[in-house]
Design a protein around this ligand. Structure first.
Ligand SMILES: *Cc1c(COP(=O)(O)O)cnc(C)c1O
Length: 523
């Protein structure tokens, strides 16, 4: 159980020394402490009463468990309270502005939820006979067409389950296309400002990754990239708009050069929210691009929940895309094309990435979002997202340094550095101070191309009042860091936990509960 500290107050203390007393429970009004389920539960408590299991002849050949499994049990009301309390320690887009850069944490319209819960969608099972899920297949097909139209591409693989999974899909398609040409090109070029998943994906697919530097204005150094192209280069992975919040204006020039050198262009489309309805990546020579439905098209994300990362493909790469996929047959019906149909319908496919086709709940939400906005509404989404980010960028002028402020307006996110903070104060202190103000911190120390990066993506779903309050909070915390307010060094003060050793937590995560460890810690 959590330890309860004695009150910090002593009779000899003056009025100014009076601190809020520690509580008996460790709770602070509505902020409720919660122990691990292993600490509060035991294997003999249960929320349901079953009759004892009948004796059966074991067919496990002596492999059956011969001791208690030791899982903690709670009654139903205790279970409900445990998880509800935990959920309240979480920050969520439904609570407030979530300024995490390169994440597009926007409001998830409730209309999407209503559609996703419609009777015909909610209970579909991936192993149902196809003639019983024609409506679901039609939804996937319709969404696929929207994504193709919005990106100006030739085809789309709907099965990848997240952005990073989509990257892998695109890179595997490039690999298959090169194999078909009989070419061994072992290198993928990745600009410095790329999202970390880009080099990780290329390396995971067996390529060696080479960095391309950024220009002082935060964009890909085209001359350096062109100089590196050659017969060993499979392609490039470029994020556009990039993670400095800037549009890569030279993408068409880059694509032409890469194609002329026999390579392919992968575009990381996670930031599509900034350009949807305004720019078609297909017009810029992109061969493959993932779209995060959970970012641009407002399906919920975070916390490891389901995402969806469809990959749009150029005419050159589409034949190599994965199975299964949905095809519309001449008689108007829909077919999920699987392995057994591949020889006839997708002979050059690189294969299968997932057990089942895709995230039905994300597809229905994304299509609901797209259809409720329409083409003109989607364009306005991009325009408002960019407007809001520029409002944040300009409002903090004089407070935080914008490294590429001189490069003109930003796209969907505003980038700042730690330049100007007092000696000994860092981006981390500003982030922790924001927690006390009731905000999830912005993305910090990413992108790597600037010192102490703070990346703020407000998205289009925030009102001016919400932006003004956030800007006021960030300005206040940044000014404390500039003036060297010592209390900021130990922030957060009002969160369920103080400042934690995040490096230790990342390097030595304690993921397994051991009774012995806790009894030592409690002594
Ligand atoms: C979010 C993001 C990704 C990864 O997408 P996931 O869905 O989280 O796997 C890749 N690149 C960029 C630029 C992103 O912002």
């Amino acid at each position: 159980m959590s330890t309860v500290n004695a009150s910090g107050w002593r009779p000899e203390m003056g009025q100014s020394d009076v601190m809020a007393a520690e509580t008996y429970t460790g709770n602070r009004a509505l902020m409720l402490e919660e122990a691990l389920i292993f600490e509060i539960g035991d294997s003999h408590t249960t929320g349901v009463d079953f009759d004892p299991a009948p004796k059966v002849q074991s067919r496990l050949g002596g492999l059956e468990r011969n001791r208690e499994i030791g899982l903690p049990g709670l009654s139903e009301p205790e279970t409900v309270r445990h998880y509800t309390r935990l959920s309240r320690q979480n920050y969520a887009i439904d609570l407030g502005l979530f300024p995490l850069g390169s994440c597009t944490m926007k409001h998830n319209p409730r209309l999407n939820e209503k559609v996703a819960r419609m009777k015909g969608f909610i209970d579909v099972h991936p192993l149902q006979p196809q003639e019983t899920v024609q409506g679901a297949l039609q939804v996937i097909n319709e969404l696929a067409h929207w994504l193709i139209d919005l990106t100006g591409m030739h085809g789309v693989a709907m099965s990848p389950k997240a952005g990073a999974h989509g990257e892998l899909c695109g890179i595997l398609a490039i690999k298959a296309a090169l194999d078909a040409r009989g070419e061994d090109r072992p290198v993928i070029l990745v600009p410095e400002s790329a999202h970390g998943t880009n080099p990780a994906t290329a390396a995971f697919a067996g390529f060696s990754v080479e960095n391309i530097p950024a220009t002082p204005e935060g964009r890909v150094d085209v001359a350096a990239l062109k100089a590196r192209l050659g017969p060993d280069v499979a392609g490039v992975m470029i994020t556009n708009p990039n993670t400095c919040g800037l549009f890569e204006r030279d993408l068409k020039v880059i694509s032409d050069a890469v194609h002329a050198a026999g390579g392919y262009v992968y575009c990381d489309g996670a930031n599509f929210n900034a350009i949807v309805g305004r720019v078609r990546p297909g017009d810029l020579g992109v061969d493959a691009m993932h779209i995060n439905l959970h970012k641009t098209f407002s399906t919920p994300h975070g916390g490891g929940g389901p995402g969806s990362g469809p990959v749009v493909l150029s005419e050159a790469l589409a034949p190599y895309g994965p199975i299964p996929f949905v095809a519309k047959l001449p008689d108007g019906s829909f077919k999920l094309v699987e392995e057994e149909d591949a020889t006839a319908m997708q002979p050059e496919t690189f294969g299968r990435m997932t057990a089942f086709h895709g995230q039905m709940g994300m597809f229905t939400r994304a299509l609901s979002y797209i259809m409720s906005h329409g083409a003109d509404g989607l364009r306005q989404v991009a325009e408002d997202a960019v407007l809001n980010a520029n409002y944040v960028l300009r409002s903090l002028e004089g407070t935080l340094e914008a490294p590429f402020g001189a490069s003109g307006p930003c796209m969907h996110e505003a980038l700042f550095t730690d330049n100007g903070l007092a000696e000994g104060f860092s981006t981390l202190d500003v982030a922790k101070g924001l927690i006390d103000e009731g905000y999830h911190p912005m993305t910090v120390y990413f992108p790597l191309v600037v010192h102490g990066a703070m990346l703020v993506e407000p998205t289009e779903t925030e009102s001016k009042a919400a932006l003004d309050q956030f800007i006021g909070a960030l300005r206040s915390v940044a000014n404390r860091a500039k003036q060297g307010d010592p209390s900021l060094k130990s922030a957060p003060h009002h969160a369920p936990r103080r400042r934690l050793d995040e490096t230790l937590a990342a390097r030595k995560p304690m993921l397994v509960w051991k009774e012995a460890d806790l009894s030592v810690a409690a002594e």
